[in-house]
Design a protein around this ligand. Structure first.
Ligand code: NAI
Length: 401
């Protein structure tokens, strides 16, 4: 079977870790048993671009139990767990993912996943959809629908739908309450702290931690950081979210003021250049910078490089940038999602809820004689079973329901 993973010698370790995660995923296990009995995915080809973690492996097992053929690539170059990738290959999932892969390899892997000619795309950040729409348009005719896991992906897809550019319907998994109210808040909240501690071994108690963005993820992160004794400052661009943070008892400041105060900064906005040149210029010596938003654009790394007189790795996943005035700023995990790059991503119990949505949506597509029970290929509004829309919202060709 075609695949590209780091080391098949890691199969045993990967399998053990997947089994451990599976214990905490009772919802997905029960869906798996039903799909195994009913085989609704027989004949369905799925390309998945997700973080290759133990929980994703549990989802892949579920889709395979339902009869799907799968190809999986990573949705971030640093989030793959190489032992899990190896174990999945042994279980007949074609995986194309290696932790630390460079940009070219990342996109080559996306294309290799798409070589399955998917009926269903499963995205976390919309890289499959954007690749199909830019360079692999010949694939569109066979795609029935797609799913999107995260906030940033849904934002990208809604923009495409608004422009009339989106060529097939997408179920926005992130919009499900059983996703963003739990995964983003409790999952990202806890695992970002986990990543911060694993990368740095810093004591949080007494530190001033600036959280940029008080949305679903920021709320969870702020409450966990406070629980560990940090003084939390929030920065926000939405007045409502800022007010909510004030009423939760956090100090809320404009970024230009927070930049002087913080010992540690974590971005979770989904926005670009949230921390930038004017902020780096006034930060304390020793300030630590990290991101848990989807893309590594929230901290303006080119500006940081431009300001730095020198840089060196001082610890795994910790890069020191020495400013011309002698101050040192520390960037964690190249500004990529800290919880997945430096820790294991979200705990299984919370991914159980997110991935139950993914599995249920996939399970609604029942291929019958080469097409689907859900509707004809000609009408994108009918290509997704309305029952799937009960679980989440659908981003379609210019429509959102
Ligand atoms: P959200 O939309 O609920 O919250 C984002 C918040 O950031 C909003 O309140 C917005 O007003 C604020 N914001 C935007 N620009 C800002 C700026 N320049 N300064 C300060 N605040 C700003 O989004 P959610 O669900 O919290 O997701 C945030 C990011 O995290 C997204 O990129 C999402 O894809 C990603 N994500 C990462 C996960 C992980 O495992 N690390 C898991 C789930 C989501």
């Amino acid at each position: 079977m075609d695949h590209h993973v780091k080391d098949l010698g890691l199969v045993k370790q990967g399998r053990q870790r997947i089994e451990w995660a599976d214990i905490e995923m009772p919802v997905l296990r029960s869906i798996r048993e039903r799909l195994r009995r009913e085989r609704p995915l027989a004949g369905l080809r799925i390309a998945a671009c997700l973080h290759v973690t133990t929980e994703t492996a549990a989802l892949m097992r579920t889709l395979i139990a339902g009869g799907a053929q799968l190809r999986l690539c990573a949705s971030n170059p640093l989030s793959t767990q190489d032992d899990v990738a190896a174990a999945l290959v042994e279980e007949q999932t074609a995986v194309f993912a290696i932790k630390g892969e460079d940009r070219d390899t990342y996109y080559r892997h996306i294309n290799q996943a798409l070589d399955i000619k998917p009926h269903l795309t499963m995205d976390d950040g919309a890289d499959l959809v954007s690749t199909i729409h830019s360079t692999r348009q010949e694939l569109v005719k066979e795609v029935i629908a797609g799913t999107e896991e995260t906030t940033t992906g849904v934002i990208r897809l809604r923009a495409m739908a608004r422009d009339g550019a989106l060529k097939y319907p997408i179920v926005a998994i992130n919009d499900a309450k059983t996703k963003h109210l739990f995964d983003n808040r409790y999952g990202t909240g806890q695992s970002t702290i986990d990543g911060l501690l694993r990368a740095t071994n810093l004591l949080l108690a007494g530190k001033t931690l600036v959280i940029c963005g008080y949305g679903s993820c920021g709320r969870g992160l702020a409450s966990r950081a406070r629980g560990m004794g940090a003084q939390v400052i929030v920065t926000e661009v939405s007045p409502l979210h800022a007010l909510e943070a004030v009423m939760e008892g956090y100090q809320v400041l404009p970024m230009v003021q927070a930049a002087r105060e913080g010992d540690i900064f974590i971005t979770v906005t989904g926005n670009r250049a949230v921390i930038r040149r004017e902020h780096f210029e006034i930060m304390k010596d020793g300030a630590v910078l990290a991101n848990s938003g989807h893309f590594n654009v929230e901290i303006d790394i080119p500006a940081l490089l431009d300001l730095a007189a020198s840089s060196r790795e001082v610890r795994e996943l910790v890069q020191e940038y020495r400013m011309r005035d002698g101050r040192r700023l520390y960037l964690l995990a190249e500004g990529r999602l800290l919880n997945l790059a430096a820790a294991e991503g979200h705990p299984a119990a919370v991914m159980d809820m997110s991935f139950a949505n993914q599995a249920l949506v996939a399970g609604r597509h029942r291929p019958v004689g080469g097409t689907t029970e859900a509707g004809s290929h000609g009408d994108p509004h009918r290509r997704t079973d309305p029952r799937a829309a009960e679980i989440s919202s659908v981003v379609g060709r210019g429509h959102i329901s």
